[in-house]
Design a protein around this ligand. Sequence first.
Ligand SMILES: [Zn+2]
Length: 250
Amino acid sequence: MDDTNLLRYSRQIMLPELDIAGQEKLLKAKVLIMGMGGLGCPVALYLSAAGVGELILADDDNVEISNLQRQIAHFQHSVGMNKAKSVNTTLSELNSSQRTTLIEFRMNRSDLEERIPPTDLVIDCTDNLESRYLINELCWKYGKPLISGAAIRWEGQVSMFDRSVENSPCYQCLYPQENTMGETNLNCSENGVISPLVGVIGTTQAMEAIKVITGIGQGLVGKVAYYDAKQNEWQKFSLAKSANCPICST
Ligand SMILES: [Zn+2]
């Protein structure tokens, strides 16, 4: 590691659990962030600031004025710009040595089959179930850890799924497809969301990502961390693998 990086990441390197070896792991990591909205913005900002070497930023939407209330990596001058491009512009000012790959279109199965295998980790910041099921299926198939977050109204949750951990459930164990596909997707445009909530949840996803990459602490595999903003309360629930899950139990 050169002197610039030693200085830039000094406050992290001085943590005995992390040290230079942990920072080197972060600098070598390649993380795919799916969605550059309320969750994806703080995830990208913190992972870039923390020195995650390569970020793949994926979003096919453009920035709208109604996004600025909570999607903190986009600015007024970015309205109308693709969200992945907008976040990339912000990151280039935060950390000019940040390596990024932009995906400005909606990825289908074959696109994801190509993009997921070379990554170390996938962070799901999307807002629709169809994408979430597909990302889960392919992360499981290729054995990539998946950190999933969701935030709506005043509540949010974070969980992690990882085939390499014995008895890990998957996203579909949490939300079986047959029970949810008929329902309307809960999204912010129809239900509203309080601004800092997406920061709390996205930042927690970034924290879990750093823990996975460096191997520090206890991850959220087999657990759902649920946050209630009105009560300012976190609760952790256990999540068991579903014996009938078509993704992880066959
Ligand atoms: Zn499952």
